[in-house]
Design a binder for this molecule. Structure first.
Ligand code: 5GP
Ligand code: ZN
Length: 143
């Protein structure tokens, strides 16, 4: 998807209306229309990237630099007792909008809105297995 067709680029430019939570030189944050929980916010870089895979470190740094302040603002405003941070990359991981975004999902109770099912496979891996996997991945970390 080109920048011209990207709905989040249009939101940054004001061509599509949004409920803006925060903005600086590098970052735009606005309420997710789905409001999975009250205050559910999307934090996006002003520079268009598809998702984490094509995002330069500098863009990621500038994006994340704003996150703790936004998270605290949501927490303080509505008294959230917790918060999940979620980032979906590619369709297989439920990415629907192809402009990098972080979901900030405040929690007000155990039951409400968002939960992640965490299926452990710890019993399937020995420490040697884990060391092997870690080394394989490490070899592919770009400098
Ligand atoms: P994804 O599944 O790609 O991680 O999440 C995309 C999110 O963008 C969804 O939670 C959806 O509700 C939100 N979204 C999609 N279109 C719009 C829009 O036009 N305005 C706002 N505020 N949120 C949107
Ligand atoms: Zn975009």
């Amino acid at each position: 998807m080109s920048h011209e067709d990207c709905i989040f680029c249009k939101i940054i430019k004001g061509e599509i209306p949004s409920a803006k939570v925060y903005e600086d030189e590098h970052v735009y944050a606005f309420l997710d229309i789905s409001q999975v929980t009250k205050g559910h916010t999307l934090v996006i870089p002003k520079q268009h990237t598809r998702n984490l895979y094509d995002t330069p470190s500098e863009v990621a740094s500038n994006l994340f630099a704003a996150v703790p302040r936004i998270a605290n603002a949501i927490k303080d405003t509505y008294g959230a007792i917790g918060m999940n941070l979620l980032n979906n990359n590619e369709a297989a991981a439920n990415q629907q909008v192809f402009h990098l975004h972080l979901h900030l999902l405040p929690k007000y109770s155990e039951e409400e809105g968002f939960s992640a099912i965490w299926k452990t496979h710890a019993d399937d891996y020995s420490m040697d297995d884990l060391q092997h996997i870690a080394q394989e991945i490490n070899k592919n970390v770009a400098n």
